[in-house]
Design a protein around this ligand. Structure first.
Ligand code: AMP
Length: 229
């Protein structure tokens, strides 16, 4: 009797453990790769601070690689026990500084920002990524998307001018091959400006794909500033 109940408990534990494992592994269907225009991050009431390494290049940088589900939900902070360890990504630091620039104040070296992204989003994709692969994958995927080149080739320049949402989306689709989701913020005078461009990446974190669903958010309107940086 005692033997039977402990066998039953063991079986139950195995079933529950497997279910928990599956949940953790399958809590998303794809990733958003979110790229950011630094000029728009800085051109706000709040302003910004350049990183300790100096003013970043005038180019789209990474904001994050975020697991997301087809139903629009997304997992966050999946392993509160995990702490970002910068020593594991020392080989990536110069690429991170160049392509994942920290712009928050006070000026810093970016480690907290990258760690925040890994802890908040990356730990939810621990089935495909560890800390190093997560940051490396975002850098690799961004390297396949010349968003600024796509925009400028279509005459959409970061010159403080205004463009329609159609102009921006068409230019990015033409130049990169993928339909982007565009997110805006507001400049000091309240004008809508181009802050983020979202792309989608398959659940393996390896290939860019068309987005199955786009974030629900406030639209950009149809008069979008593209500020200089
Ligand atoms: P998340 O928590 O991944 O949704 O990212 C949002 C947080 O990232 C907010 O606290 C933003 O202020 C911060 N953030 C966004 N862009 C940057 C940037 N370029 N540098 C530093 N922090 C940023």
């Amino acid at each position: 009797m005692v033997v039977r109940s402990s066998r039953l408990s063991l079986a139950l534990l195995v079933v529950l453990g497997t279910a928990a494992g599956l949940c953790a592994a399958q809590d998303y269907d794809f990733f958003y790769l979110v790229l950011q225009w630094p000029g728009s991050y800085c051109d706000t009431k709040q302003s910004c601070c350049y990183p300790k390494s100096g003013k970043p290049a005038a180019d789209f940088g990474i904001h994050g690689l975020w697991p997301n589900s087809n139903d629009g939900t997304y997992p966050l902070n999946c392993d509160p026990g995990t702490e970002f360890d910068p020593s594991r990504v020392s080989d990536l630091l110069s690429s991170l500084r160049a392509h994942w620039p920290v712009l928050a104040c006070p000026s810093n070296d970016g480690v907290r920002y990258w760690g925040h992204e890994w802890e908040k989003h990356g730990t939810c994709a621990a089935d495909v990524f560890d800390e190093h692969n997560y940051l490396q994958a975002a850098l690799r995927l961004r390297g396949q998307l010349d968003v600024l080149g796509a925009l400028t080739a279509a005459g959409v320049n970061p010159d403080g001018g205004y463009y329609t949402l159609g102009q921006i989306k068409d230019a990015v689709r033409q130049g990169t091959g993928f339909e982007p989701y565009v997110e805006c913020n507001r400049d000091e005078s309240g004008n809508s400006q181009l802050l983020h461009v979202y792309f989608c990446v398959d659940a393996a974190g390896s290939s860019i794909m068309e987005c199955p669903v786009v974030p629900s958010g406030r639209g950009c309107g149809n008069r979008i500033e593209f500020p200089a940086f």
